[in-house]
Ligand binder design. Structure first.
Ligand SMILES: CC(C)C[C@H](N)C(=O)O
Length: 481
């Protein structure tokens, strides 16, 4: 974590000075969290004096022919940034099952699920630079049938990944316009990558540029105070807890200590553990995000051409049909955080994904572990703090949105450590990223640093990506059995 600087200018290379540098519209100097008057620019400046970060910026620049805003924001966490760039480079640029134009078109399709104009624009430009057929940018009616067949998977994976079955996989692998298994795995990793990246973009307020009024810019405060306000949708109990004040850093540290002490004494039954999970799951039903920021803007944006079934959204896992025919997933104790009991990453997932698309398993694993374990032993102004409990609560709460239950984790901790404002932010960014407002961002963790809030967004990115991949890979495994 480098200085918590909120800087004012983004000093990007000029095209006339360096004609080889391609700067798309989205890369013009712009501001983040534009909020009527005051803008919050949440980036590490390119001229940072931290050597490691600067080197990574140079690498990123060489990889992408630009320094993307995303890279500048992730620059708060250079160790993470390194593993992120490694995976992204591999996924988009190195030898792999899919041709370049497909990779970027899949980027466009996935970002469009969340109307993430920032990523759609970037991927459209990349697509054209890779000699993609400009006609395809007219929309889904102009693309090859093979790519079109991916729409259903894109949609389910983005919003309700627990619905993926082996039939979805089977359908894609047969017939005239079929996918090979390796191609499909490459496509699935790309889809999950861009869905989760959209969460990061909205969650950190990476904004479109000054000339792009109707991008995914955050709702100004004045709008979010109206009928669309996130709070206006909350039930009474939620509304009243929002009025009370957020527990500060010291209170959180005190609670962590208490949990630690109690852990040495008590044994909780499996039944009780499950009930605590269900309680957290049920409470999250009450957290409803605001409506789409600017319906006019969304109408103006023509990303609809890249989306079918635009009304298909996230639906709470806990609400999935009355019979609850789809069970909660149990995570395996021995497995790394997040991998499922009935589908273990180490025994099946890792080798499956690596076999079908070599080396990707390792890169994914590195990135997940990095996001889960990253710590500076700080909490806001406090130093030398063991924050593992807080980070585990955040990670597991994100998985809870997808019905993933870790049976060795006491979900009582989630309720003690995550205040309703933080939960609300996490739920919005994870499930409805396009609805995130500046107010959602400002509301939680007032004593923490910006870099720590960015870190929460990294956890959303990775835990969400992991959840999507778990469900998709499990379906592939079932297909292969
Ligand atoms: C997300 C934050 C609670 C992370 C914390 N600053 C740490 O160093 O672990």
């Amino acid at each position: 974590m480098r200085g918590d600087g909120v800087v004012a200018a983004l000093d990007l290379p000029k095209t006339d000075q360096n004609p080889n540098v391609f700067i798309p519209r989205t890369e013009l100097p712009g501001s983040f969290w534009k909020d009527g008057g005051e803008a919050l620019v949440l980036i590490v400046p390119p001229e940072t004096d931290d050597e490691q970060t600067r080197q990574l910026f140079v690498d990123a620049f060489l990889q992408n022919n630009r320094l993307e805003n995303i890279t500048s924001v992730m620059g708060f966490h250079p160790q993470y940034l390194e593993s992120f760039l490694r995976l992204q480079h591999y996924l988009l640029r190195m030898d792999g099952p899919l041709p370049q134009d497909y990779r970027h078109y899949i980027g466009v399709m996935s970002a469009a699920r969340h109307q993430c104009s920032y990523l759609v624009d970037l991927q459209e430009s990349e697509f054209l630079m890779q000699d993609g057929d400009p006609d395809w940018l007219k929309g889904l009616d102009y693309i090859p049938q093979k790519l079109k067949n991916l729409c259903e998977l894109n949609k389910i994976l983005a919003h309700r990944p627990w619905l993926i079955t082996k039939q979805h996989i089977e359908q894609l692998l047969r017939g005239n316009d079929s996918w090979s298994l390796s191609e499909l795995v490459h496509a699935i990793v790309l889809l999950a990558h861009f869905h989760s990246l959209a969460s990061f973009v909205f969650g950190t307020g990476i904004n479109l540029e000054i000339d792009h009024e109707c991008g995914h810019t955050l709702q100004p405060a004045s709008l979010s105070e109206g009928a669309n306000d996130v709070e206006a949708h909350h039930s009474n109990s939620v509304a009243s807890s929002l009025e009370s004040s957020e527990p500060g850093v010291e209170m959180l540290m005190h609670r962590m200590k208490k949990i630690q002490e109690a852990a040495d004494l008590q044994e909780i039954s499996q039944e009780e553990m499950k009930q605590r999970f269900e309680k957290v799951e049920k409470q999250s039903l009450e957290l409803l995000p605001g409506q789409s920021a600017c319906s006019e803007c969304l109408a103006v944006s023509d990303y609809a051409k890249y989306r079918d079934d635009p009304n298909f959204h996230y639906e709470d896992f806990a609400k999935r049909g009355e019979e609850r025919t789809i069970p909660t997933f149990r995570a395996q104790k021995e497995a790394p955080p997040g991998w499922l009991r009935d589908y273990s990453w180490e025994d099946q997932g890792f080798s499956l994904v690596n076999r079908l698309y070599s080396d990707i398993g390792q890169l994914l694993d590195d990135k997940f572990r990095m996001a889960y374990n990253l710590t500076y032993y700080t909490m806001g102004p406090q130093k030398d703090v063991d924050t593992s409990m807080l980070r585990a609560a955040i990670w597991n709460y994100i998985h809870c949105m997808f019905g993933i239950f870790h049976d060795d984790y006491d979900y009582g901790e989630v309720n003690q450590l995550l205040d309703i404002r933080l939960k609300s932010f996490i739920k919005t960014v994870t499930c409805y990223p396009e609805r995130t407002t500046r107010k959602d961002y400002d509301n939680f963790w007032k004593e923490f640093k910006h870099s720590e809030k960015v870190q929460v967004n990294l956890m959303v990115l990775e835990a969400r990506m992991q959840a999507e991949l778990l469900y998709a890979l499990r379906a592939i495994m079932r297909y292969m059995m």
